[in-house]
Design a protein around this ligand. Structure first.
Ligand SMILES: [Zn+2]
Length: 660
């Protein structure tokens, strides 16, 4: 998967990061329905040169100019609806104290959040809480007449799903997405078959940037999203900003890539899109990077057409330096790990993931947004030319801070003592982050198979065991004096809250995401349960992890952190052996015994305690405004402003970036 989304805002809330004492910036600015609205800061902005700021500014503008495209792609009714909402919100002067108005306002906010009438995550259509005749009266009061639109808004059966998941119906015709007109699934598939070249080692992404329609003569064909075609006015604006960006690019690779992207928007030629991606992948040294275009095909029921999205980010130097140090010392970690020397790599290379901070987001990435991106998507380009992978630090941090501003948190609910909570707030979120670095940079890269062992020997248990191996590698090393020596971990105590958090989550808290009566099936969740449960049982005789009951609530408390580290080492050695030897039976036994079944009593308790917190499960973001500072007719700086009004930003974008 090319985009990694936070499982939910609430899941991240188990670890609120400690805000600096002087930081009175408010992250959580609004909340309604099941959604939180969060702001994010851009660390490192002031360290950019004027040219870099200018580059980021034009890329951000290019991203935002694509906004209307996404709205129209999600459903052809979305833009007329949004324009109606904008007109009412800006012009209605009647009673705004009534319940009906509040219901209308809630509906409007939900539509803005979802870029349309379908829930951004569940993809089901939602309806206004106010009566239809009230909505009609609002429209009339501001001079909007559109009977068909009103009927659409209130008809639960008109396009009930953005992307249809119907088992027996025609998913092309049932989906609300505006990718097809007047064609059946069979006709679309026949059309694709007619244009695809079998055996092409470098296939273009067929159908990526077009709508498929049927002509009067019954012929099925594509109408391109390009300048002069569908979405032309928006793509022209985007290109205009990309050209300005190219003029101030940080290097030649960036400039070449932007020129190719403009040519692609000009022609709609998918070969150009591939050429662009190859050039885009080359730039790994720039501080400012971006995505812009029709990229992910998740929204198309047939998985061909891509939704518009834009993202601009800058490198987080401190965090990237951390992963570089780990990678540079990869061999030391491999040589000193607690696994059998026969299973160690003689020459290990760490993977250095780039950590970035978001500057602007748009289209399918706004307001709900990914926390990690790995592109391009074309397999052959990834293989021949590589790919770029980033994790977006300031968004993850903003989720944490926002959770901290809420009155309730999973940390406070599931941690045993105030001491545990305070310790976690001090170090936990940071060491969790370092644990992730160790997992990604070193954990997966470590170890080797014995000659003759197949890489698929562990079959269906492969992913959970592999994640467990990487997690254990990180858990073992986060407590190592080497980490202090390298300057990554502040002292020899800092790992302790990370251990407590890992056990608490793996053995208990994470089950809040599993339906009652269901087993634990997701690979990462299995891995965490396996580790926590195995260590709990193996440590019982020495009371390493203790199960305590207080006021009828269950807690798991780590009594002996050093002994727990020893257990992590033991399990890491065993799972590495299983992988290196391809011991399917032993791998299966570990998963079946420790990772799948949830104690029904505990499960019920966790769900009840979690539900009682009433956390809003989803989060979305407000963009900072990047404002040019003009002196004597020249831009001398770009400064940041942080608006805190969700509808305000939406309405302002409606004026500034309206093209369709
Ligand atoms: Zn992993």
């Amino acid at each position: 998967m090319a985009m990694v989304f936070a499982a939910s805002a609430a899941m991240l809330s188990c670890g609120p990061r400690q805000k600096a004492a002087d930081d009175d910036f408010k992250y959580l600015v609004d909340g309604f329905a099941d959604l939180n609205i969060i702001r994010y800061k851009i660390p490192g902005w002031d360290n950019l040169s004027l040219a870099q700021k200018e580059y980021a500014y034009h890329l951000s503008e290019a991203a935002k100019w694509g906004r209307d495209i996404t709205w129209d792609q999600y459903c052809k009714w979305n833009l007329p609806l949004r324009h109606t909402l904008e007109t009412i919100l800006e012009n209605y002067t009647g009673n705004k104290q009534s319940t009906d108005w509040q219901d209308f306002l809630l509906y409007a906010k939900r539509v803005f959040f979802a870029n349309g009438v379908h829930h951004h995550y569940a993809e089901d259509k939602f309806l206004p809480g106010c009566p239809k005749d009230y909505f009609a009266a609002l429209m009339e009061a501001v001079g909007v007449k559109d009977e068909a639109l009103l009927d659409f808004i209130y008809d639960p059966d008109a396009f009930p799903q953005r992307r249809s998941t119907s088992k027996d119906g025609d998913i092309v015709q049932l989906s609300a997405v505006n990718f097809y007109e007047g064609v059946t699934r069979a006709e679309v598939e026949k059309y694709y078959a007619s244009i695809e070249k079998p055996g092409d080692p470098e296939p273009v992404s067929y159908g990526l940037n077009s709508k498929i329609v049927k002509g009067k003569d019954g012929r099925v064909y594509e109408e391109r999203w390009k300048i002069g075609g569908i979405y032309g006015p928006a793509l022209e604006k985007i290109s205009g900003e990309l050209i300005k960006a190219a003029a101030v690019a940080e290097n030649e690779d960036q400039k070449r890539a932007l020129e190719l992207l403009c040519e692609y928007y000009e022609t709609g030629d998918l070969r150009k899109w591939d050429e662009y991606n190859i050039e885009w992948v080359k730039d790994t040294v720039g501080t400012v990077d971006y995505i812009n275009g029709f990229i992910e095909d998740y929204d198309d029921p047939l998985g061909h057409k891509a939704t518009f999205e834009g993202y601009v980010h800058i490198k987080d130097s401190a965090a990237s330096a951390r992963t570089e140090i780990l990678s540079a010392n990869a061999q030391w970690f491999e040589d000193n790990s607690p696994v059998d020397p026969r299973f160690k790599k003689k020459n290990v290379k760490g993977v250095s993931a780039k950590v970035v901070n978001a500057v602007a987001m748009s289209g399918a990435c706004y307001p709900s947004t990914p926390i990690g991106i790995n592109l391009p998507n074309a397999d052959w380009i990834r293989k021949e030319h590589g790919s770029k992978s980033v994790t977006i630090a300031n968004i993850t941090h903003a989720y944490d801070y926002a959770a901290q501003e809420q009155p309730r948190s999973t940390l406070a609910e599931f941690a045993y003592s105030q001491q545990e909570i305070d310790n976690y707030r001090k170090y936990g979120p940071y060491t969790d982050e370092v644990h992730t670095d160790l997992h990604e940079c070193l954990g997966h890269a470590s170890g080797q198979l014995l000659p003759g062992t197949s890489s698929s020997a562990l079959g269906e248990y492969q992913s959970a065991l592999e994640e467990a191996r990487a997690d254990l590698f990180g858990l073992y090393y986060i407590a190592d004096p080497k980490m202090v020596e390298l300057g990554i971990v502040p002292d020899l105590e800092a790992y302790k809250p990370a251990y407590e958090h890992y056990i608490r989550n793996g053995i208990m808290v994470q089950f809040s995401r599993v339906e009652l009566g269901r087993p634990n099936t997701e690979a990462h969740m299995q891995n965490r349960k396996l580790i926590a449960q195995w260590c709990y049982e193996k440590g019982l005789k020495d009371n390493v992890i203790e199960k305590k009951i207080k006021d009828g609530k269950t807690y798991f408390v780590v009594n002996d952190h050093k002994a727990l580290r020893g257990l992590f080492a033991e399990l890491l050695a065993e799972i590495q052996r299983i992988k290196s030897e391809g011991d399917y039976a032993a791998g299966k036994a570990l998963i079946d015994t420790y990772a799948v079944d949830i104690d029904p009593e505990l499960h019920k308790e966790v769900r009840e305690r979690y539900d009682a917190l009433h956390l809003r499960p989803y989060g979305g973001f407000l963009n900072p405004e990047i404002v040019p500072v003009v002196k004597d007719g020249e831009v001398v700086d770009y400064k940041l402003e942080y608006p805190d009004d969700f509808l305000g930003q939406q309405l302002s974008y409606g004026h500034r970036y309206r093209t369709l």
